[in-house]
Ligand binder design. Structure first.
Ligand code: DAH
Length: 339
Protein backbone atom coordinates (compact mmCIF):
# COMPACT_ATOMS: atom_id res chain seq x y z
CA UNK A 1 0.00 0.00 0.00
CA UNK A 2 1.50 3.27 -1.03
CA UNK A 3 2.09 5.76 1.78
CA UNK A 4 0.44 9.14 1.11
CA UNK A 5 1.33 10.61 4.50
CA UNK A 6 3.04 13.60 3.01
CA UNK A 7 0.06 14.26 0.75
CA UNK A 8 -2.43 13.90 3.56
CA UNK A 9 -0.49 16.34 5.76
CA UNK A 10 -0.44 18.90 2.95
CA UNK A 11 -4.17 18.38 2.34
CA UNK A 12 -5.02 18.81 6.01
CA UNK A 13 -2.95 21.96 6.32
CA UNK A 14 -4.47 23.45 3.15
CA UNK A 15 -8.05 22.68 4.22
CA UNK A 16 -7.42 24.25 7.60
CA UNK A 17 -5.86 27.37 6.02
CA UNK A 18 -8.81 27.74 3.65
CA UNK A 19 -11.36 27.40 6.42
CA UNK A 20 -9.56 29.84 8.65
CA UNK A 21 -8.97 32.60 6.15
CA UNK A 22 -11.12 35.69 6.49
CA UNK A 23 -10.88 37.62 3.25
CA UNK A 24 -10.76 37.15 -0.50
CA UNK A 25 -7.19 38.52 -0.55
CA UNK A 26 -6.04 36.00 2.03
CA UNK A 27 -7.74 33.25 0.08
CA UNK A 28 -5.86 34.27 -3.05
CA UNK A 29 -2.54 33.94 -1.17
CA UNK A 30 -3.56 30.46 -0.04
CA UNK A 31 -4.43 29.51 -3.61
CA UNK A 32 -0.99 30.64 -4.79
CA UNK A 33 0.69 28.77 -1.95
CA UNK A 34 -1.00 25.42 -2.60
CA UNK A 35 -2.20 25.16 -6.15
CA UNK A 36 -0.41 28.07 -7.87
CA UNK A 37 2.13 27.45 -10.62
CA UNK A 38 4.94 27.26 -8.07
CA UNK A 39 2.75 25.98 -5.28
CA UNK A 40 3.10 22.95 -3.01
CA UNK A 41 0.96 20.64 -5.14
CA UNK A 42 3.03 21.42 -8.19
CA UNK A 43 6.15 20.39 -6.19
CA UNK A 44 4.51 17.17 -5.15
CA UNK A 45 3.56 16.47 -8.77
CA UNK A 46 7.18 17.02 -9.85
CA UNK A 47 8.59 14.84 -7.10
CA UNK A 48 6.33 12.01 -8.27
CA UNK A 49 8.94 11.27 -10.96
CA UNK A 50 11.35 10.08 -8.25
CA UNK A 51 8.93 7.49 -6.86
CA UNK A 52 8.79 3.87 -8.12
CA UNK A 53 7.10 3.66 -11.46
CA UNK A 54 4.24 1.41 -10.36
CA UNK A 55 3.22 3.84 -7.60
CA UNK A 56 2.97 6.77 -9.91
CA UNK A 57 -0.63 6.29 -11.21
CA UNK A 58 -1.99 6.02 -7.65
CA UNK A 59 0.01 9.07 -6.54
CA UNK A 60 -1.21 11.00 -9.56
CA UNK A 61 -4.84 10.09 -8.81
CA UNK A 62 -4.42 11.10 -5.18
CA UNK A 63 -2.81 14.46 -5.98
CA UNK A 64 -5.53 15.21 -8.54
CA UNK A 65 -8.19 14.35 -5.98
CA UNK A 66 -6.59 16.75 -3.48
CA UNK A 67 -6.25 19.47 -6.08
CA UNK A 68 -9.93 19.17 -7.03
CA UNK A 69 -11.01 19.16 -3.40
CA UNK A 70 -8.97 22.27 -2.59
CA UNK A 71 -10.16 24.05 -5.74
CA UNK A 72 -13.82 23.32 -4.95
CA UNK A 73 -13.40 24.37 -1.34
CA UNK A 74 -11.75 27.63 -2.35
CA UNK A 75 -14.51 28.38 -4.86
CA UNK A 76 -17.06 27.87 -2.14
CA UNK A 77 -15.23 30.18 0.28
CA UNK A 78 -14.77 32.78 -2.44
CA UNK A 79 -18.47 32.91 -3.17
CA UNK A 80 -19.13 33.36 0.57
CA UNK A 81 -16.85 36.40 0.64
CA UNK A 82 -18.52 37.89 -2.43
CA UNK A 83 -22.05 37.40 -1.14
CA UNK A 84 -21.20 38.85 2.28
CA UNK A 85 -19.80 41.94 0.59
CA UNK A 86 -22.22 44.89 0.19
CA UNK A 87 -23.49 45.24 -3.34
CA UNK A 88 -22.08 48.75 -3.77
CA UNK A 89 -18.57 47.50 -2.81
CA UNK A 90 -18.38 45.34 -5.89
CA UNK A 91 -17.12 47.22 -8.89
CA UNK A 92 -17.87 45.45 -12.11
CA UNK A 93 -16.14 47.28 -14.96
CA UNK A 94 -17.99 45.22 -17.55
CA UNK A 95 -21.40 46.66 -16.64
CA UNK A 96 -22.83 49.47 -18.83
CA UNK A 97 -22.86 52.88 -17.12
CA UNK A 98 -26.04 53.91 -15.27
CA UNK A 99 -28.57 55.55 -17.59
CA UNK A 100 -28.46 59.33 -17.31
CA UNK A 101 -31.60 60.96 -18.66
CA UNK A 102 -30.74 64.11 -20.56
CA UNK A 103 -32.91 67.12 -19.96
CA UNK A 104 -34.27 69.14 -22.86
CA UNK A 105 -34.95 72.78 -23.36
CA UNK A 106 -38.59 73.65 -22.68
CA UNK A 107 -40.47 74.51 -25.90
CA UNK A 108 -41.29 78.02 -24.61
CA UNK A 109 -37.61 78.69 -23.87
CA UNK A 110 -36.67 77.18 -27.23
CA UNK A 111 -38.97 79.52 -29.14
CA UNK A 112 -37.84 82.46 -27.00
CA UNK A 113 -34.23 81.67 -27.92
CA UNK A 114 -35.16 81.52 -31.59
CA UNK A 115 -36.98 84.85 -31.44
CA UNK A 116 -33.96 86.40 -29.74
CA UNK A 117 -31.56 84.99 -32.33
CA UNK A 118 -33.64 86.27 -35.23
CA UNK A 119 -33.84 89.80 -33.85
CA UNK A 120 -30.20 89.83 -32.75
CA UNK A 121 -29.25 88.95 -36.34
CA UNK A 122 -31.16 92.08 -37.43
CA UNK A 123 -29.15 94.19 -35.01
CA UNK A 124 -31.61 94.33 -32.10
CA UNK A 125 -30.29 94.28 -28.54
CA UNK A 126 -32.07 92.63 -25.59
CA UNK A 127 -33.45 94.59 -22.61
CA UNK A 128 -35.16 93.42 -19.44
CA UNK A 129 -37.60 94.99 -17.03
CA UNK A 130 -39.04 93.95 -13.66
CA UNK A 131 -41.98 91.52 -13.34
CA UNK A 132 -43.36 93.64 -10.49
CA UNK A 133 -44.31 96.99 -12.00
CA UNK A 134 -46.02 100.19 -11.03
CA UNK A 135 -49.28 101.35 -12.54
CA UNK A 136 -47.38 104.23 -14.08
CA UNK A 137 -45.09 102.05 -16.25
CA UNK A 138 -47.63 99.35 -16.95
CA UNK A 139 -50.50 101.69 -17.88
CA UNK A 140 -50.17 105.46 -17.49
CA UNK A 141 -46.96 106.03 -19.45
CA UNK A 142 -48.30 103.78 -22.18
CA UNK A 143 -51.32 106.01 -22.64
CA UNK A 144 -53.71 103.48 -21.10
CA UNK A 145 -56.40 105.64 -19.48
CA UNK A 146 -57.46 105.45 -15.86
CA UNK A 147 -60.80 103.85 -16.69
CA UNK A 148 -59.41 101.21 -19.06
CA UNK A 149 -60.81 97.72 -18.24
CA UNK A 150 -57.27 96.23 -18.08
CA UNK A 151 -56.71 98.27 -14.93
CA UNK A 152 -59.61 96.60 -13.11
CA UNK A 153 -59.00 94.33 -10.13
CA UNK A 154 -60.44 91.35 -11.96
CA UNK A 155 -57.98 91.71 -14.85
CA UNK A 156 -54.70 92.46 -13.07
CA UNK A 157 -52.81 91.11 -10.04
CA UNK A 158 -52.26 94.04 -7.71
CA UNK A 159 -49.63 93.62 -4.99
CA UNK A 160 -51.34 93.71 -1.61
CA UNK A 161 -50.05 96.39 0.72
CA UNK A 162 -48.18 98.30 -2.01
CA UNK A 163 -50.17 101.08 -3.60
CA UNK A 164 -50.19 101.19 -7.44
CA UNK A 165 -47.99 98.10 -7.65
CA UNK A 166 -48.87 95.10 -9.80
CA UNK A 167 -47.52 92.15 -11.75
CA UNK A 168 -46.97 93.47 -15.26
CA UNK A 169 -49.70 92.50 -17.70
CA UNK A 170 -47.42 92.88 -20.74
CA UNK A 171 -43.77 93.60 -21.61
CA UNK A 172 -44.56 97.06 -23.05
CA UNK A 173 -43.46 98.91 -19.85
CA UNK A 174 -39.86 97.97 -20.75
CA UNK A 175 -40.18 100.42 -23.69
CA UNK A 176 -40.79 103.23 -21.22
CA UNK A 177 -38.05 102.17 -18.80
CA UNK A 178 -35.42 102.09 -21.55
CA UNK A 179 -36.52 105.32 -23.28
CA UNK A 180 -36.56 107.15 -19.96
CA UNK A 181 -32.96 106.20 -19.21
CA UNK A 182 -31.22 106.41 -22.58
CA UNK A 183 -31.28 108.75 -25.53
CA UNK A 184 -32.53 107.50 -28.93
CA UNK A 185 -31.92 105.70 -31.28
CA UNK A 186 -33.34 102.44 -29.88
CA UNK A 187 -33.40 99.00 -31.38
CA UNK A 188 -34.12 96.26 -28.88
CA UNK A 189 -36.45 93.48 -27.86
CA UNK A 190 -37.64 92.82 -24.31
CA UNK A 191 -38.59 89.22 -23.49
CA UNK A 192 -40.17 88.20 -20.21
CA UNK A 193 -43.00 86.88 -18.10
CA UNK A 194 -46.39 88.55 -17.87
CA UNK A 195 -49.36 88.00 -15.59
CA UNK A 196 -53.10 88.38 -15.94
CA UNK A 197 -56.01 87.32 -13.78
CA UNK A 198 -57.31 84.78 -16.27
CA UNK A 199 -58.91 81.47 -15.40
CA UNK A 200 -56.85 78.57 -16.76
CA UNK A 201 -58.22 76.98 -19.94
CA UNK A 202 -56.88 75.80 -23.30
CA UNK A 203 -56.05 79.35 -24.37
CA UNK A 204 -55.46 81.22 -21.08
CA UNK A 205 -52.84 80.98 -18.34
CA UNK A 206 -52.33 83.51 -15.55
CA UNK A 207 -48.57 83.47 -16.31
CA UNK A 208 -47.23 83.60 -19.85
CA UNK A 209 -44.37 85.06 -21.90
CA UNK A 210 -44.14 87.96 -24.31
CA UNK A 211 -41.48 89.59 -26.42
CA UNK A 212 -41.73 93.32 -26.89
CA UNK A 213 -39.83 95.15 -29.60
CA UNK A 214 -38.93 98.78 -30.18
CA UNK A 215 -37.10 100.52 -33.00
CA UNK A 216 -36.78 104.28 -32.93
CA UNK A 217 -34.61 106.47 -35.16
CA UNK A 218 -34.73 109.69 -37.21
CA UNK A 219 -36.71 108.28 -40.09
CA UNK A 220 -38.22 104.92 -39.17
CA UNK A 221 -41.49 104.35 -41.04
CA UNK A 222 -44.33 101.84 -41.18
CA UNK A 223 -42.45 100.25 -44.10
CA UNK A 224 -39.60 99.38 -41.69
CA UNK A 225 -42.14 97.85 -39.31
CA UNK A 226 -43.54 95.69 -42.09
CA UNK A 227 -40.11 94.73 -43.41
CA UNK A 228 -38.72 93.69 -40.01
CA UNK A 229 -41.81 91.75 -38.94
CA UNK A 230 -42.25 90.04 -42.32
CA UNK A 231 -38.62 88.90 -42.22
CA UNK A 232 -39.12 87.69 -38.65
CA UNK A 233 -42.16 85.62 -39.72
CA UNK A 234 -40.22 84.04 -42.59
CA UNK A 235 -37.30 83.11 -40.36
CA UNK A 236 -39.62 81.73 -37.68
CA UNK A 237 -42.17 79.85 -39.77
CA UNK A 238 -40.33 79.15 -43.04
CA UNK A 239 -39.68 81.11 -46.22
CA UNK A 240 -43.06 80.25 -47.77
CA UNK A 241 -45.10 81.96 -45.07
CA UNK A 242 -47.25 84.93 -46.08
CA UNK A 243 -48.03 87.85 -43.80
CA UNK A 244 -50.81 90.43 -43.73
CA UNK A 245 -51.41 93.49 -41.60
CA UNK A 246 -54.88 94.45 -40.38
CA UNK A 247 -55.70 97.84 -38.84
CA UNK A 248 -56.17 97.59 -35.09
CA UNK A 249 -56.03 99.68 -31.95
CA UNK A 250 -53.54 99.91 -29.08
CA UNK A 251 -53.40 102.99 -26.82
CA UNK A 252 -49.58 103.20 -27.16
CA UNK A 253 -49.32 103.06 -30.96
CA UNK A 254 -50.84 105.14 -33.75
CA UNK A 255 -51.53 103.77 -36.28
CA UNK A 256 -51.79 100.23 -34.90
CA UNK A 257 -51.96 96.91 -36.67
CA UNK A 258 -52.14 93.20 -36.08
CA UNK A 259 -50.01 90.85 -38.12
CA UNK A 260 -51.36 87.52 -39.35
CA UNK A 261 -49.42 84.68 -40.94
CA UNK A 262 -50.81 82.22 -43.47
CA UNK A 263 -51.84 78.94 -41.83
CA UNK A 264 -48.97 76.47 -42.18
CA UNK A 265 -51.31 73.48 -42.03
CA UNK A 266 -53.78 74.29 -44.82
CA UNK A 267 -51.49 76.84 -46.54
CA UNK A 268 -54.26 79.43 -46.40
CA UNK A 269 -57.13 77.29 -47.67
CA UNK A 270 -58.91 77.04 -44.31
CA UNK A 271 -58.83 74.20 -41.76
CA UNK A 272 -59.76 73.55 -38.09
CA UNK A 273 -56.32 74.85 -36.93
CA UNK A 274 -57.01 78.34 -38.31
CA UNK A 275 -60.79 78.24 -37.69
CA UNK A 276 -61.24 78.06 -41.49
CA UNK A 277 -59.80 81.55 -41.93
CA UNK A 278 -56.52 80.58 -43.60
CA UNK A 279 -54.77 83.17 -41.40
CA UNK A 280 -53.48 83.19 -37.79
CA UNK A 281 -52.91 86.30 -35.73
CA UNK A 282 -49.40 86.40 -34.26
CA UNK A 283 -48.66 89.89 -32.96
CA UNK A 284 -49.69 93.48 -32.36
CA UNK A 285 -47.64 96.41 -33.59
CA UNK A 286 -47.74 100.04 -34.58
CA UNK A 287 -45.94 103.38 -34.73
CA UNK A 288 -45.10 104.63 -31.23
CA UNK A 289 -47.72 107.16 -30.09
CA UNK A 290 -46.22 110.67 -29.47
CA UNK A 291 -47.94 110.58 -26.08
CA UNK A 292 -45.64 107.70 -25.02
CA UNK A 293 -42.58 109.59 -26.27
CA UNK A 294 -43.57 112.64 -24.26
CA UNK A 295 -43.81 110.55 -21.04
CA UNK A 296 -40.21 109.42 -21.68
CA UNK A 297 -38.79 112.81 -22.65
CA UNK A 298 -38.21 111.81 -26.28
CA UNK A 299 -38.84 114.55 -28.85
CA UNK A 300 -41.44 113.13 -31.24
CA UNK A 301 -40.74 115.82 -33.86
CA UNK A 302 -37.27 114.40 -34.27
CA UNK A 303 -37.72 110.69 -33.54
CA UNK A 304 -40.20 108.14 -34.85
CA UNK A 305 -40.37 104.42 -34.46
CA UNK A 306 -42.39 101.29 -34.23
CA UNK A 307 -43.19 98.88 -31.44
CA UNK A 308 -44.53 95.35 -31.45
CA UNK A 309 -45.50 92.68 -28.95
CA UNK A 310 -46.05 88.95 -29.32
CA UNK A 311 -46.99 86.07 -27.05
CA UNK A 312 -44.33 83.36 -27.02
CA UNK A 313 -46.67 80.52 -26.10
CA UNK A 314 -48.84 81.53 -29.03
CA UNK A 315 -45.86 81.45 -31.43
CA UNK A 316 -44.88 78.02 -30.05
CA UNK A 317 -48.46 76.75 -30.46
CA UNK A 318 -48.58 77.89 -34.08
CA UNK A 319 -45.12 76.60 -34.89
CA UNK A 320 -45.71 73.14 -33.42
CA UNK A 321 -49.49 72.93 -33.91
CA UNK A 322 -50.23 72.67 -30.17
CA UNK A 323 -53.87 73.23 -29.25
CA UNK A 324 -53.78 73.48 -25.47
CA UNK A 325 -51.70 76.03 -23.54
CA UNK A 326 -51.89 73.94 -20.37
CA UNK A 327 -49.46 71.41 -21.89
CA UNK A 328 -46.65 73.94 -21.37
CA UNK A 329 -47.01 73.86 -17.59
CA UNK A 330 -48.01 70.26 -16.87
CA UNK A 331 -44.45 68.86 -17.04
CA UNK A 332 -45.59 65.76 -18.89
CA UNK A 333 -42.41 64.20 -20.28
CA UNK A 334 -44.31 62.61 -23.17
CA UNK A 335 -45.04 66.15 -24.35
CA UNK A 336 -41.73 67.79 -23.42
CA UNK A 337 -39.56 65.10 -25.02
CA UNK A 338 -40.93 65.93 -28.47
CA UNK A 339 -39.05 69.21 -28.80
N1 DAH B 1 -48.79 95.00 -25.10
C1 DAH B 1 -49.74 94.43 -26.01
C2 DAH B 1 -50.51 93.31 -25.33
O1 DAH B 1 -50.08 92.82 -24.33
C3 DAH B 1 -49.05 93.87 -27.21
C4 DAH B 1 -48.54 94.95 -28.09
C5 DAH B 1 -49.30 95.42 -29.11
C6 DAH B 1 -47.30 95.50 -27.88
C7 DAH B 1 -48.87 96.41 -29.95
C8 DAH B 1 -46.82 96.51 -28.69
C9 DAH B 1 -47.63 96.96 -29.74
O2 DAH B 1 -45.63 97.08 -28.54
O3 DAH B 1 -47.17 97.95 -30.54
O4 DAH B 1 -51.51 92.90 -25.80
Amino acid sequence: MTDFKEYTAAEKQAVSDINKCSSADELENIRVKYIGRQGLLKDLFSQMGKSPEKERPARGRELNRIKKKLTDLMEKRKSEFVSSCKKEDIFDPTLPPPLIERGKIHPVRKVLNEVENIFRSMGFGVAYGPDVETEYYNFTALNIPENHPARAMHDTFYVKGYKNTLLRTHTSPVQVRVMEKKKPPYKFIAPGRCYRRDTVDASHLPVFHQVEGLMVDCNVTFADLKGVLHLFAKRMFGSKVKTRFRPSFFPFTEPSAEMDISCGICKGKGCPSCSYKGWLEILGAGMVDPEVFSHCGVDSDKWQGFAFGMGIERIAMLKYDIHDLRLFIQNDLRFLKQF
